[in-house]
Write a protein that binds this ligand. Structure first.
Ligand SMILES: Cc1ncc(C[n+]2csc(CCOP(=O)(O)OP(=O)(O)O)c2C)c(N)n1
Ligand SMILES: [Mg+2]
Length: 613
C-alpha cells in the first residue's frame, strides 16, 4: 500500500497529516495559524494564485480536500505538494468527492473542499452537491475552467459550469482575475458557513492559476454567526410552552448543526416534553433518554405517531417537515388545533411546509438557551408548576414493547435473513459513539433510521441523506467517518441498488486504510420502488428486480477490502465481528446480507399514498 495514503489516514482532528519525509523536507512555508480568527501573512508575498489558494485554505482551517486532478487545476495541486497541513483524498469518481465533503460537514460542522478539474470533473459532482444544498451542509468547491483567452472558442472541457451549479449552491461564480481570488474565497467561506449553510462553487480559469499575485494579509472568514431570536417572540414561545398541556419538541438537522443537543435535552426536561428527532436530527437527544420517543413519517413508530397527534404545542427546532417526514397529510403532520412554534436560521423555512403560528428566526442553540432562561424565569415566578410528567413512564413501557417485538423478528432463523437480524446485531456489536451511515432505500432508511429499531446515542454520529435522497450518497461518504473519528468503528447500511452506485469508493477506502464496514441489505431489487408497484399499482412489477446481481463480496476482495456473503441468519453475528476486526487493521469490509423483503409498519403507511395521487 502506498505509504502516503497510509499516512493520510491520520485523523483530521488529531495531528496534522505527515506525508513522506521527502515532502516534509520540502515544506518551507512558515507555520500558519488555522484558527478562524487568525490573520496570516502579515506582509504581502508574491506567489502564484494556485499557491495562494492553498494558503487561504490553510488559513480557513480546512483540513481535508477531496478530488481528482486534471490539467486545469494542477497549479493548486502543486501548491499542496509543499504542505502537511491539508490532507487530499484522491477519489475515483468526483461524485464521492462531494459526498465525502458533505459528510465531513455532517460529522464536524466544518466546511470541507472539493477540488476538481474543468467540465466533466465539475459536472460529476452535481448530484451530491445537490444533496449538500438540500441538506444545508457547508462546502466549498474549486473547479477548473478553460483559459480566459480562449473562453467560448472551443477550450477543452468548457461548458458554463457555474450556471449548472447555480440552482444547487448558495453562490456559484466564475472568477476571471487572479488578484480577485483571495476576496472570492473569503466570500465563499463566509457564504458557505453562515445563515443556512450550504455549498459554494467557484470556477477558476486555468491561466489565472499560474498568474503571480501579491498575497496577504488574509483575514479568514471566521466562524458562522449565531443570531439570537427576537426577545418578544422568545417570551411568547415560553408562554405557549409553559401553558401547554402536551408540549412536544421536534429536533431536526439544525439542532445538530448548531451544537444544541445538550440544550435541547435540558429544555425537554424542563418542559417534560417528549422529543421527536428527524433523520438529520438523530442524536440530538440520546435515544436512551426517557424523553426520546422516535421519528416522523417514514421514520416514526406507534408512540411518536400518537404523541404528534396529541400534542397541543409543538416546538420545531431546525426541522423542515419534508415529504418523507410528513406526506403533508393528516396523521403525519401536527393536529390542526396544535400551536406550532418553528425555529429556524432560514426565514424561508418558517411555515414553508407546515403552517407555523409563531416563527423565530435564529440559531437553534442560541434560541433554545434563551427559551430555557425564559422558562426558568417563569418557573421562579411560580406561574406554572413544571414538574416531571407521569406520562414519561408510559413512553418507556411502550417503546420496550416495540423492542421486544423487534427482537422476536430479529431472532427468526428463517431464510432469507430478516433485515432486523442484521440491524440489531450491528447495534449490539458497536459502541455507543460509533459512526453510522444510513443510505436510501426502505430497508436502510425506515429500519435503521427509526427508533427503537436502531438507537442513536451521540450527535454527529450519523451520515444521512437530505430530502434529496440520492442513492449511494451516505454509503459513498462512509470512509470519511474513519478519517474524522479514527478511533470509532464506522458501519454503513445500504441497499443493493444503492451500493451499485458507489462501488468506486471501495478502492479509495482500501488505499487510505479507512476501516469501515458496508452492510449491504440485499433483497435483489430496488425494493422501495418495487413496493410502490406492488402495493400502490396493482402488483405490476416492472424494472425493479435485478436478474444479474454482482457478487459484492468478490468485488470487495478485488478492491483490497474484506468481503463476505451471508445467507444464514446464524452467521450474522460472527460475520459482523470478523468485519469489525478487519476494520481495526485498516481494512474496509463489505458484508453482503441476502435479506427478506420485510418492512416496518411505517413503511407501508408512508407508501400507501404513492401510485394513488
Ligand atoms: C440516484 C437515485 N436514483 C433513483 C432514486 C429513486 N429510488 C429511491 S429508493 C430506490 C431503490 C433503492 O434500492 P436499494 O438500494 O436496493 O434499497 P431497497 O429499497 O431495496 O432497500 C430508488 C430507485 C433515488 N432516490 N436516487
Ligand atoms: Mg434493494
Amino acid at each position: 500500500m502506498n505509504q502516503n495514503r497510509r499516512a493520510a489516514r491520520s485523523s483530521v482532528r488529531g495531528d496534522e497529516t505527515k506525508k513522506t519525509s521527502e515532502r516534509q523536507a520540502k515544506a518551507s512555508e512558515p507555520t500558519v495559524a488555522t484558527s478562524h480568527l487568525a490573520k496570516i501573512s502579515v506582509k504581502p508575498r508574491v506567489m502564484t494564485a494556485g499557491r495562494a489558494i492553498v494558503e487561504i485554505l490553510k488559513a480557513e482551517g480546512v483540513r481535508a480536500l477531496y478530488g481528482i486532478p486534471g490539467g486545469h487545476v494542477l497549479p493548486i495541486y502543486d501548491g499542496l505538494y509543499d504542505t502537511n497541513a491539508i490532507s487530499h483524498f484522491l477519489v475515483r469518481h468526483e461524485q464521492a468527492a462531494a459526498s465525502m465533503a458533505a459528510a465531513y460537514a455532517q460529522l464536524t460542522g466544518e466546511a470541507a473542499v472539493c477540488l476538481v478539474t474543468a467540465g466533466p470533473g465539475a459536472t460529476n459532482l452535481v448530484t451530491n452537491v445537490a444533496e449538500a444544498f438540500v441538506g444545508a451542509l457547508p462546502m466549498v468547491i474549486l473547479a477548473g475552467r478553460g483559459a480566459t483567452a480562449t473562453t467560448f472558442r472551443g477550450a477543452s472541457q468548457e461548458v458554463d459550469t457555474e450556471l449548472i451549479f447555480r440552482p444547487i449552491t448558495k453562490w456559484a461564480e466564475r472568477i476571471d482575475r487572479a488578484d480577485l481570488i483571495p476576496d472570492a474565497l473569503h466570500e465563499a467561506f463566509a457564504v458557505a458557513r453562515n445563515g443556512k449553510p450550504g455549498p459554494v462553487y467557484l470556477d477558476l480559469p486555468r491561466d489565472i492559476l499560474t498568474n503571480e499575485i501579491s498575497f496577504g494579509p488574509y483575514v479568514p472568514a471566521g466562524p458562522r454567526a449565531q443570531p439570537r431570536g427576537e426577545p418578544e417572540r422568545i417570551t411568547a414561545a415560553a408562554e405557549l410552552l409553559a401553558r401547554a398541556r402536551d408540549p412536544l419538541i421536534i429536533a431536526g438537522g439544525g439542532t445538530i448543526a448548531s451544537g444544541a443537543a445538550a440544550a435541547v435535552r435540558d429544555l425537554a426536561e424542563q418542559l417534560s416534553a417528549p422529543v421527536i428527532t428527524t433523520l438529520a436530527g438523530r442524536g440530538a437527544i440520546d435515544d436512551d433518554h426517557p424523553l426520546s420517543v422516535g421519528g416522523l413519517g417514514a421514520h416514526r413508530n406507534p408512540l411518536s405517531k400518537r404523541l404528534l397527534a396529541e400534542a397541543d404545542v409543538i416546538l420545531s427546532l431546525g426541522a423542515r417537515f419534508e415529504e418523507m417526514e410528513t406526506n403533508w397529510r393528516p396523521g403525519f403532520v401536527p393536529s390542526p388545533s396544535a400551536r406550532v412554534i418553528q425555529v429556524d436560521i432560514d426565514p424561508a423555512e418558517i411555515g414553508r411546509s407546515v403552517p407555523a403560528q409563531l416563527g423565530i428566526i435564529g440559531d437553534i442553540r442560541a434560541v433554545v438557551d434563551e427559551l430555557f432562561v425564559a422558562l426558568r424565569a417563569r418557573h421562579d415566578l411560580g406561574s406554572k408548576d413544571i414538574r416531571p410528567n407521569a406520562k414519561i413512564r408510559d413512553y418507556g413501557a411502550e417503546l420496550n414493547r416495540m423492542v421486544v417485538e423487534i427482537a422476536e423478528q430479529a431472532a427468526s432463523d428463517a431464510k432469507p435473513i430478516h433485515p432486523l437480524r442484521v440491524i440489531c446485531a450491528v447495534r449490539q456489536a458497536l459502541p455507543r459513539e460509533a459512526t453510522v451511515a444510513i443510505d436510501v432505500g426502505c430497508l436502510a432508511q425506515h429500519m435503521v433510521g427509526s427508533l427503537p429499531a436502531f438507537p442513536v446515542h451521540v450527535p454527529r454520529s450519523l451520515i444521512v441523506p437530505s430530502s434529496f435522497y440520492g442513492m449511494g450518497f451516505a454509503g459513498s461518504a462512509l470512509p470519511v467517518a474513519r478519517q474524522v473519528y479514527p478511533d470509532r468503528p464506522a458501519v454503513g447500511f445500504i441497499g443493493d441498488g444503492s451500493f451499485q452506485m458507489m462501488l468506486h469508493v471501495l478502492p479509495v477506502a482500501a488505499e487510505y486504510g479507512l476501516g469501515v464496514t458496508w452492510c449491504v441489505l440485499n433483497d435483489g431489487a430496488l425494493g422501495s420502488i418495487r413496493d410502490i408497484q406492488e402495493f400502490g399499482m396493482g402488483n405490476r412489477i416492472i424494472d425493479t428486480d435485478f436478474y444479474v446481481q454482482p457478487d459484492f463480496a468478490k468485488i470487495a476482495q478485488a478492491c483490497g477490502c474484506y468481503g463476505e456473503r451471508i445467507t444464514d441468519p446464524t452467521d450474522v453475528k460472527d460475520a459482523i465481528a470478523r468485519a469489525l476486526t478487519e476494520n481495526e487493521k485498516g481494512i474496509p469490509a463489505v458484508l453482503d446480507f441476502i435479506v427478506a423483503r420485510a418492512r416496518m409498519q411505517q413503511t407501508y403507511e408512508h407508501y400507501a399514498f404513492y401510485g394513488r395521487s
